[in-house]
Design a protein around this ligand. Structure first.
Ligand code: ADP
Ligand code: MG
Length: 415
């Protein structure tokens, strides 16, 4: 059995290819432009776009003809003007300082024409891949249609690498079948190397912080963290499901009823390593302007909704975080989008930044978590902010990501 890190080392990277292998080539690049947008599709935060720039600059300098693919949100296989990548394309053009031609389609004659018209060093951005039902179905026909236009595939969307979709897996395979290479881009390489280096043999104490809205999406991560971490701090709505496993009242809070049993089992096996909130911020409703109260976790009333961890919990988590040598954080500890419930997440962000300043390896993953850390003003002090939440958790849990498995082996490419 090879480990995930060994399998990763064996994969081919864009950095392994000399410029002359890229010059004039039609390169399909799966980027992660899944950024926050407003109702009109205007970009609200461009961190993910900025992170893609090293790969795009390399391709431009080498004179590749680059075709960019990304999904945005969940349009459900149909065109949805609010989720168009048009404005994203404008932002990419600005940041890159190169004209990026936006094509209003995912496949079809317009795309063929645009790819054929590409000059060396030029860029085309296709419309939101999830406007096409074949994206999520990993439709072979869609993959072939793209692969017919591609000489090389570059995977730079770490945040989507845990999904076997057409643009993340099927296209990579189709390009390879046609005799081309499928390689990891600079961001993908950075993400995975960082996560492995920090976590294969973490400095201890190793502390994981898990929050967010759902336990179901993260339970595998909880399972895999359990034997590896010294402490697992649980906050967010996830904590409510754990409260129920303890037999506590959670009132009107978000709880995943069908995961209570699972939470009970995790608590039994995790013992003292699992640290739940001791107090909470509750209100009649999770909305802006409501009156909030701090209660002990055993005093949540039938009409209460938990919106944040309480001050005693922030102190408790803070002490554990400051004693840690490695910290991994995924999922906000409260509904940080609403001021009344943001302080738990903000205070934990400050603790993570402080421990980071003292030399602890600190990693934050997840779209909402990254946004929360940005808002806290602590982002610069964190070692690594991963663009992927689910992907990072799956990687940490020892799973191999389909989007990585689909890439060319370095060995095979040389022979
Ligand atoms: P990430 O994107 O970082 O992986 P998630 O998507 O899992 O994080 O979770 C983020 C969401 O969790 C946020 O929108 C936040 O409002 C929500 N959340 C956190 N705590 C609670 C809570 N107590 N009740 C309801 N939602 C919560
Ligand atoms: Mg999220």
């Amino acid at each position: 059995m090879t480990t995930v890190s060994e399998r990763w080392v064996a994969k081919l990277r864009l950095a392994d290819l000399p410029d002359h292998e890229l010059t004039g080539q039609r390169v399909f690049v799966r980027v992660d432009f899944n950024v926050p947008v407003d109702e009109t599709g205007s970009v609200e935060a461009d961190a993910r776009i900025r992170r893609s720039l090293p790969t795009l600059q390399r391709l431009r300098e080498a004179g590749a003809r680059s075709v960019l693919l990304s999904h945005l949100g969940r349009p459900g296989g149909r065109a949805d003007p609010a989720l168009s990548l048009k404005h994203v394309g404008e932002r990419v053009s600005e940041l890159l300082g190169s004209d990026v031609r936006f094509v209003e389609g995912v496949v079809g004659p317009q795309v063929v024409e645009a790819v054929e018209a590409l000059e060396p060093g030029g860029f085309v951005l296709l419309e939101n891949t999830r406007f096409h039902p074949g994206e999520k179905e990993n439709d072979p026909e869609l993959c072939r249609a793209w692969a017919d236009l591609a000489d090389l595939y570059v995977s730079d969307a770490f945040g989507s690498a845990h999904r076997a979709h057409a643009s993340t897996v099927g296209l990579a395979e189709a390009v390879r079948e046609a005799g081309g290479l499928a390689v990891a881009g600079a961001l993908m390489d950075e993400e995975i190397r960082f996560l492995h280096e920090a976590l294969d043999d973490p400095d201890r104490p190793f502390v994981a912080i898990l929050g967010g809205a759902k336990i179901s999406g993260k339970i595998d991560a909880v399972e895999s963290f359990l034997p590896r971490v010294d402490r697992l701090l649980v906050g967010g709505a996830m904590a409510n499901t754990f409260f129920r496993a303890l037999g506590l009242e959670t009132g009107a809070s978000l709880v995943e009823e069908d995961r209570i049993e699972m939470a009970r089992d995790v608590l039994e096996r995790g013992g003292e390593r699992i640290v739940l909130p001791v107090d909470c911020v509750v209100a009649d409703a999770i909305e802006s302007g409501v009156e909030c109260r701090v209660v002990e976790r055993s005093e949540i009333g039938p009409g209460d909704s938990v919106g944040d961890i309480g001050p005693a919990t922030r102190r408790l988590f803070g002490e554990i975080i400051r004693d840690a040598r490695t910290v991994v954080w995924n999922g906000p500890l409260g509904v940080f989008e609403i001021d009344e419930f943001a302080e738990g997440t903000m205070e934990v962000a400050r603790h993570v930044a402080e421990t980071s300043d003292e030399g602890t390896v600190t990693i934050v993953g997840g779209g909402d978590s990254a946004a929360a850390v940005d808002e806290s003003g602590m982002a610069d002090r964190i070692d690594h902010i991963s663009t992927g939440g689910g992907a990072a958790l799956e990687l940490l849990s020892g799973a191999s990501l389909p989007g990585i498995e689909a890439l060319s082996d370095a060995e095979a490419a040389r022979s």
